[in-house]
Every structure is written in C-alpha cells, then in structure tokens.
Design a protein around this ligand. Structure first.
Ligand SMILES: NC(=O)C1=CN([C@@H]2O[C@H](COP(=O)(O)OP(=O)(O)OC[C@H]3O[C@@H](n4cnc5c(N)ncnc54)[C@H](OP(=O)(O)O)[C@@H]3O)[C@@H](O)[C@H]2O)C=CC1
Ligand SMILES: N[C@@H](CC=O)C(=O)O
Length: 818
C-alpha cells in the first residue's frame, strides 16, 4: 500500500476513496470562504486524500468578484482604495486566523507584494492584465491551503496552473494535452500533497488566461484527464445533482448516479451545479480516462454524493427536469448555409436547425452572433424564448415519457418540441418564461415515481430461497415494487453484490457461480456508499452475529425486514437502543414473520395499540413445529422420527432444539409483549425446556443422530394425558393482572375440546384479550411456519416498506448553489 508521509497521523480507517490511484479533489469558493470552512476542508483532506492526490482550489469566498470589481473600477477610472483595503483585510484575516505566527508573517509578506503588483497592474494597464489580476484569488487560496497542510497534515506544495496548463486561446479554452501533461510531470514534487490553482492557465504565448465561469471545475476535470485520475470530487456547497433545481422544486430528489452522456446534457441545458465544460475532458471520445466525477458537499461529508460516469441499466433510468430562461430564438436565412457550421462551432447553441435557418442561443450571446452575421448583411430576427427539458438516458426514444412531458405542458403555449441529437433530452421551447409552477408540474409528471430502492437479501437457506423464487413474479405484478432492484445476496461466508443490479430470475444460480468471500465490514462499507434512494436489507438468517449489524445498518439509514428473531428479542437495553436508533435515522424495522410466520399478529397488536386499546392477555400456540408435532403425535411413530420430518418440511428452526427447548416460543412471546407495549426481557418469561440435558451441548448433527433419546419422555407425557382424556400442547401465556406481568411458555395438558388443542398441524393460534376484546377475545389462527407462508410474509413486509418509502421525501439542505 502507498505510504503517506504524514506529519500528523492521517486516519485512513475513515478514508473512503479507492487507494493506489490518483484522485483529484476540488474545493469551491464557498467551501473555502471562512476559517471554519477551511478547517472543514482540512478535515476532509485528512480523511479522503493521499499524498499523490491533487487538490484544486477556487479563490476564497467572493475574492474573484472583488478582483473583478476592482478591475471594473480601474477601467472606469474610479477610486480603488476601499476595495483594495477590503481585499487585503479579507486575505489577512484568513492568514492570521489559520496559520502559526511564522507562516502567517511569511504569507502576509507575500500578500503585500502581490497587492503592490495588483496596484501597479490596475494603474498601468488594467485591460492587458485582466487575467493576471483575476488569477490572484486562486494563487492566494492555494498558497494558504498548502501552508496550512504543511502545518497540520503532511508536506505540501502549491502549484500555479499557469506553470503547466496550456490552452489554444481564451475563447475556446482547448487544452494542449501533450504539452500540459509534460509540463505537469516536470512540476510535480514527489511525496508531497499538491494544491493547484483552479480557473487559470496560460495560452501558447505564455499569457495568463482564465477558463471562464466555473473554470475551477473545468480545471479539476482537465487535471483528472491529464493524470488519468480514478475519481474527481467536486467538494461544493450542495450534496449532489438533483432531479430539478431544489430551490425551485422542493420535491426534487437526489440523483445518485448519472451516466456521463446525461450529465453532459444536464450541463448544457441549465443544471445549476454541472457546467457545460466540466465534463468535457472526461467524456471526450479520445479521453479514455474512465474517471468518475463525484459532486459532494464539503458542509455535510456524510451525505451521499452524486457519481457521474459509465453505469448499467439502473442508473440509466434516472430522469430529471431542467430549464433555461433568457434564451433567444434566432431566425436568419444566412444560417441555412455553410455559415451555420461556423456559428455552431463558435457558439455551441442550445439548439440548431439548419434547414429552417434557426438557432437557440443564450441572450448573452446575442452580440457575438450579431457581429458574426453582420458581415453577411442578412436580416436576423431575435425572439425571446425559454426552454424546459426532460433529461434522461435516451429519453427521446421513450414514448411514455414523451407522453407525460406533453401532458404536463398541455395548458401552456409551446413553440415546438425538439430532441437533442443524442436523444438524451426532450426540449419544449416556450414563448414565455419557465415559471416555478410549470417546473414543479413537469417535474411531478416526469419524476414522480422514480425513487430507486435497493434490496439485499441475507440468508439463502430454506426460507431465503423461497423468498427469492417468489421475487421475480412479485416485482412484475406489485406496483409498489416497480423501482425495487435486487443488488445483493449474502450467506454466512459469501456475498454477491452488484451495484447495477442482479438478474432476479437467475440470482441463486449466479450466487453459486459468482459469489465471493466477504466480511461483515465489507458489507457495511458497501452499504455506506450504495447509490440508491433507499436500501432495504431482508435478514433471513438465524444468526445472532448478523443481528449485531443492525446497529450499523440503522446508523446508515438502511431499512431492515427481519425473519431473524434475535434483535427483536435482545436484552431490553439493546432492543430499546436499536428502536431509538432506527427511529432517529428514519430506518424502517419490520418483522411480522418473527411471530406466526405470515399471520398478521404483529400488525394486529400494533393497530390496537396505536388505536388506543390496552392489551391484557396474549396466549396460544406460537410454534408451528410444536403444533405440527403434537397434533400428529400418537405414540405410534417415535417422536424423533416426526421431528426429522418437520425439519425436512422446513418448519423447524435450522437447529430444531430452538423449538423443542421452548426458546423460539419464549422469543415470540417476548416480541409480542413488546409489540403490546410492555417492557420485559427473556428472563421475565419462564420457559420449560423439553430437550434433555444429555442432548443440549451437542452439535446439530450429533443431536439429530441421538434424537431417539427424546422418545421415552414424550411417549410418557402423551400416555398420561390420554389417560385423563386430555392431550399435550406447548402453550405460551402472557397476562397483566393487577398491574403485574405473568409470562411463561410450557408443555400443558389440555382438555381435548380446548381451543388450543384442535389445530390443523403446524397452525398457530393467538388469543388476544384487551380492553376492547375483554369477554370475547380476538383470535388469529392459521399456518405459523413453513416456506411459503414465511416467504410470503416477508414479501408482505417488503411491499409495506416500499409503499412507505416510495413517497418518503428527503429534506433537501442546501447552503446555496455557487
Ligand atoms: N422456518 C420457518 O417457518 C420460519 C423461519 N423463520 C426464521 O427464518 C430464518 C431462516 O431460517 P431458515 O431459512 O430455515 O434457515 P437456514 O438454516 O435454512 O438458512 C440460513 C441462511 O442464513 C445464512 N446465514 C447464517 N448465518 C449467517 C451470517 N452470520 N451472516 C449471513 N448469513 C448467514 C446461511 O448461510 P450458509 O448457507 O452459508 O450457512 C443460510 O443461507 C431464521 O431466523 C428463522 O427463525 C421465521 C419464521 C418462520
Ligand atoms: N421454527 C419456527 C418457525 C417460525 O418461526 C416454528 O416452528 O414456529
């Protein structure tokens, strides 16, 4: 592993990005605006960077705006003193707030010299030195951050991009890749972290140039392309790309992964975070870097970022809506000819139609176009227009989306509908401004049901396999599961996880061929960065160890559907802590199948409690296995033979002693008592263990081999009961009497006509008494174990969860969009 040469220990345990490859991190102006912001940046670098990474910075806060206004003042011959003083004061404040005394005084000296130089440029020839003047902001920002890294984290140097980055001219900003790459290789210093100025570069004659609006993002992707970086992260003040501008559309949802082509289209059509040029270096046909771009928040590093790159089918389903006002529809006969090609190359219009001699351009490009067409003496008509667009992978080929887009606009005046050449957008040109109301309406129509839910299934045994066998048909027929994607399968030692989704029809076969060894930490760390709106984990393991992971799952906001009874019957403290954590992080925790398999007993109790009823008694037969055994047992066939038949039918626990010991029933009674609002633990429930001591410490295999040791005891119990015209059943009883809880599970002798004695083998019966069901109890009865009913019950929980999650709205927190 690459060793980072640290002055202070970097905490790699928290380091999220892939090691061994270069990563580029770009911090925008608002992320570097104040000492507190810069401290945050330092901690991001500590967690996410390695020595060979590249850090690209914008100017601190609004420094570039201030430099620009100084330049304007100088051009118009106005007084500069106040603005100069403010500029110096802001920079000095950052230097003295962050650096130690020696470094602060060194940087303050350098700042003084720069200000003197700035004054000279402003008074001599501000027009000629515009780019040099604007470049100062990035130089100061890089110099300060590098000095701070030297003090706090590791050896670092700052690099002025004008020392290596060469473009053809300031208008086109096309990078001279071979020259820039060679220059960069010469400028880099080994074993130090580089902080590089964004936004600036030089032309072939060596003059300073700037890369235009949001040029630092472009600098970052240029560097990624020059260095074939694995990832570029734009650390900014928003936590990703949304399906519409969330300041205007509150229902906008974060897009977790975006194909390059779609992201480029978004940048072209007005997305406030992605800019037209940003993706160009990574997506040009010849670039071949395969770098992925991440848009992450420097204010909330825990929020999942948006990742842009090449992905499979699921990411291609993302849809968004974007708009641009202040456009002009240009009509000119001259644009029908070869002139159009030149103009298109120069202005990259939003839309062009050579046949009709029409273009759509930004209003700010009007002068440039007028100049270009003036030489031809042709008449030009400019009509103000706006556009609204649905953007998504090959969306123009999707007739359903086209229909919805048109429907949303049916009451608005539309000049025409057009597709982008690559078919990744459908654009409506409007003769009026796009209003927030319209944007919300179109967004609702296009994006309303597009939340993507990931599904991981842990436990692929008896019940897990049946759950998966039912899954394809469920996904096909249940509307609430429309956007559910199976992304992971996990057994005790192996896992198969595909972020782009597994084929549900061959998932089990694929698992046996492709699954690889994993650790719980691998699973948690994948879940930490999953790209779905919501992630649901279905726990169909019998494992206590696996249930210990719930704590981390809930920390991550993962939803859990459990057939596994361990967590729900854990100690009172653990159970309460898990419930609290799930509640705080908004994680759903459903476990209807932990008691009565698919029978709706947990739901019924929940409903009574939420409706204000009070439960006083719960009793019945809670074990499918014990029900099946005692309903069948007539002392003809040995008890141990019947037990093995129950095991083969998939109704027992993986180790049938869980059933025979009464522990499984004890857990179920505890789960129901908790659902009924009582706080108790397993120790509060008396439990009669039916497994003789001699069989208790054995392995499951050894137990099954020696199971005939059970036979004598059960034959005796059966015959004694029969002599009294009675029968034996394993019964759970919970009651609240004068404020005192009584709870126990044991073998009871029941009259033959007792309600608990006449069940279909394997049936459970739950008798619930409450204030509302006092004299005539509520009875729930039916199969309480088995593959189909348990897998069915898990599917019912899944649908319930999805119905809640599909409409869940995330609170969008934005610091503002720069
Ligand atoms: N049978 C029934 O009618 C009902 C069962 N349940 C519950 O369903 C659960 C599953 O039962 P069943 O299918 O019979 O059990 P099985 O023993 O048939 O299958 C268990 C599965 O869980 C996996 N597993 C075990 N430990 C771990 C672990 N630590 N991490 C990840 N995976 C693990 C196993 O992997 P590997 O193959 O590698 O060992 C196996 O795939 C149990 O909790 C049970 O109580 C609930 C209601 C009814
Ligand atoms: N082994 C259990 C299965 C369901 O929880 C039972 O028999 O009830």
């Amino acid at each position: 592993m690459t060793q980072i040469n640290t002055l202070e220990q970097v905490d790699f345990a928290q380091n999220n990005l892939e090691k061994h490859s270069v990563n580029v991190h770009k911090f925008g102006g608002s992320s570097l605006a104040t000492p507190e912001c810069i401290e945050r940046v330092i901690s991001i670098i500590r967690q996410h960077c390695q020595l060979n990474d590249i850090i690209v910075v914008s100017a601190n806060g609004k420094t570039t705006d201030l430099l620009l206004s100084l330049h304007q003042l100088a051009l118009s011959g106005e007084l500069l003193d106040t603005s100069l003083a403010l500029l110096k004061e802001q920079q000095s404040a950052l230097i003295f707030a962050l650096l130690n005394a020696d470094n602060a005084s060194r940087l303050a000296g350098e700042l003084e010299q720069d200000i003197n130089q700035l004054v000279a440029w402003l008074s001599d020839n501000p027009l000629a030195f515009e780019s040099d003047i604007l470049a100062l902001g990035e130089v100061w920002s890089a110099r300060l951050l590098s000095a701070l890294l030297n003090e706090r984290i590791c050896r670092s140097y700052y690099l002025d991009a004008r020392d290596f980055l060469v473009i053809n001219n300031a208008r086109e900003c096309r990078v001279d890749n071979p020259v820039s790459q060679a220059n960069l290789a010469n400028s880099r210093q080994g074993q130090k972290l580089a902080v590089i100025t964004g936004f600036i570069c030089k032309d072939q004659a060596g003059n300073s140039c700037t890369l235009g609006r949001n040029g630092s993002d472009y600098s970052a992707t240029i560097l990624a392309s020059l260095l074939s970086a694995k990832n570029v992260t734009l650390w900014t003040d928003v936590d990703g790309i949304y399906s519409a501008d969330p300041r205007v559309v509150p229902a906008a949802r974060k897009l977790h992964r975006l194909p390059n082509a779609v992201a480029r289209e978004l940048g072209r059509l007005g997305n406030p975070v992605l800019h037209k040029k940003t993706l160009q270096p990574l997506t040009d046909d010849f670039s071949g870097t395969g770098s992925h771009l991440h848009v992450a928040s420097s204010f909330d590093t825990k929020a999942a970022a948006t990742e842009i790159g090449e992905f499979g089918q699921i990411a291609r389903q993302e849809l968004s809506v974007t708009h641009l006002n202040d456009l002009l529809l240009v009509s000119c006969e001259a644009l029908k000819g070869s002139v159009a090609a030149d103009v298109i190359a120069e202005l990259s219009p939003v839309y062009s139609d050579k046949k009709q001699g029409q273009l759509v351009i930004l209003a700010s490009q009007q002068q440039a176009l007028t100049n270009a067409l003036a030489v031809l003496g042709a008449e030009v008509i400019f009509t103000p227009v706006s556009l609204i667009a649905a953007v998504g992978y090959q969306v123009a080929l999707r007739l359903d989306i086209y229909g919805r887009f048109k429907r949303a606009l049916k009451n608005d005046r539309v000049l025409r509908f057009v597709n982008s050449k690559q078919e990744h957008s459908i654009i409506a040109l409007l003769p009026q401004e796009t209003t927030p109301e319209l944007l919300n309406k179109v967004h609702h129509e296009i994006v309303k049901d597009a939340r993507h839910l990931g599904l991981v299934v842990a436990g692929l045994g008896n019940i897990g396999q049946r759950f998966l066998e039912l899954l394809p048909a469920q996904l096909a027929r249940v509307p609430a599961l429309e956007n559910v994607h199976l992304v992971g399968l996990v057994s005790s030692k192996k896992a198969l996880i595909h972020t782009d989704g597994l084929d549900v029809s061959s998932a089990l076969a694929d698992f046996s061929e492709q699954a690889t060894d994993y650790t719980n930490q691998d699973l948690v760390s994948w879940l930490k960065h999953h790209p779905y709106d919501e992630m649901i984990l279905v726990d169909i393991t019998p494992s206590e160890a696996f249930s210990f992971l719930y704590d981390e799952f809930f920390d991550l906001g993962i939803h859990v559907i459990g057939a596994n009874k361990w967590a729900a019957s854990a100690s009172t403290d653990t159970y309460r802590a898990l419930k609290n954590k799930a509640g705080k992080s908004g994680s759903l925790w459903l476990g209807n199948t932990t008691v009565g398999a698919g029978l709706p007993v947990n739901y019924a109790l929940d409903d009574l409690i939420y409706s204000g009823d009070q439960i006083t008694e719960i009793s019945g037969v809670f074990s499918g296995t014990l029900s099946w055994l005692f309903e069948h047992y007539d002392a003809q066939k040995p008890f141990s033979v019947l037990l093995k038949e129950a095991l083969a039918q998939g109704i027992t626990e993986p180790d049938p002693r869980e059933d025979l010991s009464g522990r499984d029933v004890q857990r179920k009674l505890l789960i129901l008592a908790r659902a009924a609002g009582f706080e108790l633990s397993l120790e509060d429930i008396n439990c009669q263990n039916l497994v003789p001591e001699s069989l208790q410490g054995l392995s499951t295999e050894a137990f099954l081999q020696q199971a005939d040791a059970l036979d004598g005891y059960f034959e005796q119990q059966y015959r004694q009961a029969k002599e009294q015209q009675a029968c034996i059943r394993y019964i759970a009883r919970f009651s609240l009497e004068q404020g005192k809880v009584k709870a126990g599970v044991s073998l009871e002798v029941l009259a033959r006509d007792d309600a608990f004695a006449n069940l279909t083998p394997c049936d459970n019966i739950f008798q619930i008494k409450s204030h509302w069901y006092r004299d005539n109890p509520l009875i729930i009865r039916g199969p309480g174990a088995g593959r189909d009913v348990t897998a069915g019950g898990l599917h019912s929980d899944l649908v319930k969860a999805c119905r809640q999650l599909v409409n869940k709205q995330h609170q969008v927190t934005l610091k503002g969009i720069n």
